[in-house]
Design a binder for this molecule. Structure first.
Ligand SMILES: Cc1cc2nc3c(=O)[nH]c(=O)nc-3n(C[C@H](O)[C@H](O)[C@H](O)COP(=O)(O)OP(=O)(O)OC[C@H]3O[C@@H](n4cnc5c(N)ncnc54)[C@H](O)[C@@H]3O)c2cc1C
Length: 512
C-alpha cells in the first residue's frame, strides 16, 4: 500500500456530500466540500421562525437503533452519540369521510388486530400484508456496506439466509400501493392506504417502512433535522475536512484531451483543483449545467424521460399556543378530510395530514406546539407564479388562510391560537437545493424505478463521480449517506488502498 492519498472536491453539503467528506477524511484524503448555501444539510434542514423551530425533513430515520445494520453508518458519521430518538406506537391516524378512524399501529400484532376489526371483509388481504411485514421485520433488511466482489458475495449469502425476505421482495416489488388497494373491499382501508404516501410507489416501500417501525429502528431524532445533521457536519470538521459555505460551483474543470475532471470553478471565479471530483448536488443540474451536457448518453437521459419524480410540495407550518395533549403522537401525523376543498393551480386538495409535534419539546416554547403539513403540488404552476412576485405572495397568503380554516374545522378555535405561520413552495425548495423540478427526494420508488440502476459515473468522464438521492431511486437519508460511503470505497479500490472507517470515540483507528 503506497503512502499517496488523493485529494477530493465534493460539490454540495447535503447528506450525501457530508458522508463522502467524512469517509474521505477517515481514509486520509484531503477533502473540501463546496456548498452554495450559508448552511449545510441540503433538504435535511429545519428553520427558525419567531420562537418556533420548523422541522423541515425527518419523520423517520432508518438505522436509528442497532436492530438495523445501517446503524453502523450513522455511528461512523457521528450521528448517534448523544442523540435521542422517539419511536412512535402509531404510524398515522386516518379519519375517513364517513367518520371512522383507522390507525396504522407500528406494532404488527396491534396493527393486525385493529385492521381485522375495521375491515373484516378483507381478512385474507390483511393477513397477506401482515405476513409480509413480519417476514421483513424478522430479517435485518439493509443494503450491503461492502463494494464490488465483497458486496456480490454478501448478496449471494443473503439470498440463502434471507430466503423468506427475497420471496416477499419478488412477490410485492412489482405491486404498487394502488394495485394492492384495488384488491380491498373496505372503503376506509383502501382510502387510508392510498394516503399512506404516494399510491404509485411499490408496496415494498410500505411494507419495509412498517417493518422498520415495528423493529423500532426508524425513530425521529428529537430536536429536529438541523440539530441531527449538524452532528455530521461537526464530525466532518473534527476529521479535518474543509467546508466552504456560500460557494456555488458553476463549472467542473475537465482536461479536454484526457476527458479527466481536475477541478471546479465557483460562481465567484475562484478555482480549486483535486484528483477526484464528486458531485453530491442535484443530478440534472450537475449533468446539464455544471458539465454543460457534455457527458451523457441514453443511460443518462432515460431516467429523466421515463421515471416519475417525488412531486414537489408545499410545506406549511404553524406555531400554535396549545399543547395538543389529546392527540396521540405518530410518525407522520393525523390525516383528516376537508369540508371545503383547497384549490392550488389545477389541483384540488380534499384531505390534509398534519404532523403535530407535541412529542418534541425542543421545537416550541413550553405549552406550545409546531404543526407541519406537506401538500403535493405542481412545479410549473409555481414556476410561472414566481415570475410575478405580488401574485406569488398573495397566493401564499391565500393558501395559509385556507389551511387555517381547514384546521379550524378539525380543531375549533385554533385560529386564535396561531402565533406563527410559514409556507415553503416548490420555488423555495428549488432556490435552496437546486433539485430538479423541486423534487424533494429524487426518483419516486415505483416498481419500475426500483429495478433501475443509476451509475455513479458519467460516460466518457474519468475521475468524476455523482452521488446522492438521484443515484438511489427512492431517495432518503440512508441511501444518500451510503452513496457517499460507496464512492469513497470505489476511490480507495482504484488507488489500491484498503477502505478504513472509524467512530468518533476511536479516532486512533484512523492511523492507516
Ligand atoms: C420534507 C422532506 C421530508 C423528508 N423526510 C425524510 C425522512 O423522514 N426520512 C428520510 O430518510 N428522508 C427524508 N427525506 C429525504 C431526504 O432528506 C433526502 O433524500 C436527502 O436528504 C437527500 O440528500 P442529498 O445530499 O442527496 O441531496 P440534497 O439534500 O438536495 O443536497 C444537495 C446539496 O447540494 C447543494 N448544491 C446544489 N447545487 C450546488 C452548486 N452548484 N454548488 C454548490 N452546492 C450545490 C445544495 O445546496 C444542497 O445542499 C425528506 C425530504 C424532505 C424535503
Amino acid at each position: 500500500m503506497g503512502d499517496f492519498r488523493p485529494s477530493v472536491i465534493i460539490i454540495g453539503s447535503g447528506m450525501a456530500g457530508l458522508s463522502a467528506g467524512c469517509y474521505a477524511q477517515m481514509n486520509g484524503f484531503t477533502s473540501r466540500i463546496f456548498e452554495q448555501n450559508e448552511y449545510s444539510g441540503g433538504v435535511c434542514t429545519s428553520w427558525q421562525k419567531d420562537r418556533y423551530t420548523v422541522n423541515g425533513c425527518i419523520h423517520w430515520l432508518v438505522g436509528s437503533s442497532p436492530t438495523n445494520s445501517f446503524h453502523q453508518v450513522w455511528q461512523e458519521l457521528g450521528a448517534i452519540d448523544g442523540q435521542s430518538f422517539m419511536d412512535h406506537d402509531r404510524f398515522f391516524t386516518f379519519e375517513s369521510k364517513s367518520g371512522q378512524t383507522l390507525t396504522l399501529f407500528t406494532d404488527v400484532d396491534c396493527l393486525e388486530q385493529h385492521l381485522l376489526e375495521i375491515a373484516p371483509e378483507d381478512t385474507k388481504e390483511i393477513q397477506n400484508l401482515i405476513q409480509a411485514i413480519q417476514s421483513i421485520a424478522r430479517c435485518d433488511y439493509s443494503p450491503t456496506l461492502h463494494e464490488g466482489f465483497q458486496a456480490w458475495l454478501e448478496n449471494i449469502r443473503k439470498a440463502f439466509t434471507h430466503l423468506p425476505l427475497f420471496r416477499v421482495i419478488m412477490k410485492w416489488g412489482l405491486v404498487s400501493i394502488r394495485d394492492y388497494a384495488d384488491r380491498l373491499r373496505s372503503p376506509v382501508l383502501k382510502e387510508a392506504l392510498l394516503h399512506f404516501w404516494h399510491p404509485e410507489m411499490s408496496m415494498i416501500i410500505l411494507l419495509m417502512t412498517l417493518a422498520f417501525a415495528h423493529r423500532r429502528t426508524a425513530g425521529y431524532p428529537l430536536g429536529g433535522s438541523s440539530t441531527w445533521i449538524q452532528r455530521i457536519a461537526d464530525r466532518y470538521s473534527d476529521l479535518g475536512g474543509s467546508l466552504h459555505l456560500n460557494s456555488r460551483v458553476s463549472k467542473i474543470l475537465v482536461k479536454e484531451q484526457e476527458n479527466e475532471a481536475y477541478g471546479i470553478r465557483l460562481a465567484s471565479g475562484e478555482e480549486y483543483y483535486a484528483e477526484y471530483i464528486i458531485s453530491a448536488a442535484d443530478a440534472h443540474h450537475t449533468i446539464y449545467q455544471i458539465l454543460e451536457g457534455n457527458y451523457q448518453d441514453e443511460r443518462i437521459t432515460a431516467p429523466f424521460e421515463q421515471l416519475k419524480l417525488f412531486p414537489p410540495i408545499l410545506f406549511v407550518s404553524f406555531g400554535v399556543n396549545c399543547p395538543f395533549e389529546d392527540v396521540p403522537a405518530s410518525v407522520v401525523g393525523l390525516s383528516f378530510p376537508l369540508e371545503q376543498v383547497i384549490s392550488v393551480g389545477e389541483e384540488s386538495v380534499d384531505r390534509l395530514t398534519f404532523q403535530i409535534y407535541n412529542f418534541d419539546p425542543e421545537l416550541a416554547p413550553a405549552g406550545k406546539t409546531v404543526l407541519t403539513c406537506m401538500v403535493g403540488t405542481e412545479y410549473d404552476y409555481w414556476y410561472d407564479l414566481y415570475q410575478h412576485p405580488a401574485a406569488y405572495q398573495a397566493k401564499k397568503e391565500e393558501i395559509l388562510n385556507q389551511m387555517i380554516r381547514a384546521l379550524e374545522q378539525r380543531f375549533p378555535s385554533i385560529s386564535g391560537q396561531i402565533e406563527m405561520k410559514d409556507l415553503a413552495t416548490p420555488m423555495t425548495y428549488y432556490r435552496y437545493s437546486s433539485n430538479f423540478r423541486a423534487s424533494y427526494e429524487g426518483w419516486l420508488p415505483t416498481p419500475r424505478a426500483l429495478r433501475t440502476k443509476i451509475k455513479h459515473t458519467l460516460p466518457g468522464l474519468s475521475r468524476f463521480y455523482q452521488i446522492g438521492h438521484w443515484t438511489e431511486p427512492g431517495g432518503g437519508l440512508p441511501p444518500s449517506a451510503l452513496s457517499g460511503r460507496k464512492v469513497i470505497q470505489k476511490i480507495c479500490h482504484r488507488e489500491r488502498l484498503s477502505f478504513q472507517t472509524s467512530k468518533p470515540h476511536d479516532k486512533e483507528a484512523l492511523v492507516i
